[in-house]
Design a protein around this ligand. Structure first.
Ligand SMILES: Cc1cc2nc3c(=O)[nH]c(=O)nc-3n(C[C@H](O)[C@H](O)[C@H](O)COP(=O)(O)OP(=O)(O)OC[C@H]3O[C@@H](n4cnc5c(N)ncnc54)[C@H](O)[C@@H]3O)c2cc1C
Ligand code: SF4
Length: 471
């Protein structure tokens, strides 16, 4: 069996001086070579690993045959945004993990598994370059209008599905730019903004209207929307509320939540320093706490900003388990290490210590050991008594998790939520406790992935179309 084709990457030293995309993507020959490793299994189990059930086997065959347009149309049947998903999908936990070339019981996709997401990205970029459209349906639903609240992957996916049916869609978004986490969270070295802009623009060309700087719940209520004549509403509110450690000193200056840190950098252009002067302190001893994608993104951003600000790059990730339990994408962990980020593993921060002016200077922590597995299947860390030690730190970013965005739900008591404040839906139709109001993405079931959010949004769109067709 031939070895997997690795996509070209920016040189490690060159990377940290800028925010350019790190993974360069396959060339045509590389894509065909990788596709040709696919066994075209009788029972393509890879499809089971894809949250939206892309016909992976067929699209890979089309790449083998150099029928890129065909491959694009195959993917688009199930996934509206292949260029985005091909860049950010955690394939090592999804389709590539279920590929038969991964050995049983391996925690992540094996190195030999087909790089399905790189192929998807190649095809997505081809489709964008060639302006291929997947054709609209017969547009019977032009007399209806639907409001979508939130412009993250869930919102834009639902909007796209409805617009293809002819429905008039208006997307309301709190922030001044569209895209949700794709815009304010994931850095451009993983998802270049022109890729996102292309998808947003293609929604515009389908007639979707965008209303930025618009908080539903505050400027208008859900009832206002229904009274204005919207036939249905989709809520893609996301999980934008950061969790904190709840330890002493957490409110010292220069202790950020990852959301604030990444928003300042991505949405307020701090990454374009010195062209833009949005202040973001990155200090000489930057510590990022956590183990997920948000942690790795924050650390890699911090390292780049240190370099751009002529500070000796010095960023450390502090995580209370080992690397094996880190929920972040494996390739991103690898990239972080290559770029020079340090890891303090099995470490639990217990206090932020400041100077007399109220600025953080040190983090007191305990060493941990791993015990029994918890509900997530990962071994639980337990702090070792008497193992206290201190780490130098003049800027800290807390990236230990996100929970439901409650701006709208807290003002709308008729919308039923669970104990985590996530919206409760009928899992089949994605309808909430209020008739004709649907929800999907991270606001249903908590922090997930881009493709999972899109999967839910597609289910909701299908229910909305069914409802409108029956009116
Ligand atoms: C830093 C970071 C990195 C990540 N990396 C990955 C990755 O590599 N791969 C992956 O698959 N997933 C990743 N994720 C997770 C993924 O981004 C989320 O699962 C996904 O964005 C959820 O989509 P969503 O549409 O539900 O919510 P969001 O993307 O959070 O979008 C929700 C939008 O709704 C808006 N909104 C909320 N309330 C209102 C209101 N009342 N009125 C108007 N607008 C409102 C918000 O402003 C926001 O723009 C990452 C997440 C973060 C934070
Ligand atoms: S399981 Fe792997 S080898 Fe088999 S069809 Fe899917 S991608 Fe190809």
């Amino acid at each position: 069996m031939k070895e997997a084709v690795r996509a070209k990457e920016l040189d490690q030293k060159e990377r940290i001086g800028n925010f350019d995309e790190v993974i360069q993507g396959y060339t045509e020959d590389q894509a065909v070579e990788e596709a040709s490793r696919c066994l075209q299994c009788k029972n393509p189990v890879c499809v089971e690993g894809c949250p939206v059930g892309i016909d992976i086997k067929t699209f890979i065959k089309q790449v083998q045959d150099r029928d890129y347009k065909g491959a694009y149309l195959t993917i688009r049947e199930k996934n509206n945004f292949p260029s985005i998903c091909g860049r950010v999908c955690p394939a090592e936990y999804q389709c590539s993990k279920t590929c038969v070339l991964t050995k049983k019981d391996e925690p992540f996709a094996s190195e030999n598994a087909i790089n399905i997401h790189f192929l998807e990205r190649f095809i997505g970029d081809y489709g964008a370059r060639e302006s291929i459209t997947s054709g609209s349906k017969d547009k019977r639903l032009t007399m209806y209008k639907v409001a979508v609240v939130g412009s993250g992957p869930a919102g834009i996916c639902c909007a796209g599905e409805l617009a293809r049916e002819g429905v008039k869609v208006i997307i309301y978004e709190t922030l001044h730019k569209m895209g949700g986490v794709l815009q304010y969270g994931i850095p451009s070295f993983r998802l270049p903004r022109d890729v996102l802009d292309y998808e947003i623009d293609s929604l515009k060309s389908m007639g979707v209207e965008f209303k930025p700087n618009y908080i539903i719940g505050k400027i208008k209520t859900l009832n206002d929307l229904l009274e204005e004549g919207f036939d249905a509403v989709f809520l893609g509110l996301g999980a934008g509320t950061p969790s904190f450690l709840d330890v002493e000193g957490e409110n010292l200056c220069n202790v950020y939540s990852a959301n604030e840190f990444l928003t300042r950098v991505n949405l307020m252009n701090a990454y374009k320093f010195p062209e833009f002067h949005t202040p973001v302190n990155v200090g000489h001893h930057m510590i990022v706490i956590g183990g997920g994608n948000v942690t790795i993104d924050s650390a890699r951003v911090a390292l780049r900003l240190q370099k751009l600000n002529n500070i000796e790059p010095n960023t450390t990730i502090v995580y209370r388990r080992t690397e094996l339990e880190m929920p972040a994408r494996r390739l991103e962990i690898e990239h972080a290490k290559e770029e020079g980020i340090k890891f303090e593993l099995l470490v639990q921060p217990i206090e932020f210590i400041g100077n007399k002016d109220g600025y953080v200077k040190k983090i007191k922590s305990l060493r941990c050991e791993l015990g029994e597995s918890d509900q997530s299947g990962r071994r639980r860390p337990s702090p070792i008594e008497g193992s206290e030690f201190e780490l130098d730190c003049d800027v800290a970013v807390i990236a230990i998790g996100l929970s439901a965005n409650q701006v709208l739900t807290s003002l709308t008591p008729e919308l039923k939520v669970d104990k985590y404040k996530d919206i409760i839906v009928n899992a089949e139709t994605m309808e909430t406790s209020v008739s004709h109001i649907y929800a999907g993405g991270d606001i249903v079931g908590g922090e997930g992935t881009v493709i999972e959010a899109m999967g839910m949004a597609k289910r909701a769109a299908k229910s909305i179309v069914k409802y409108l067709n029956g009116r």
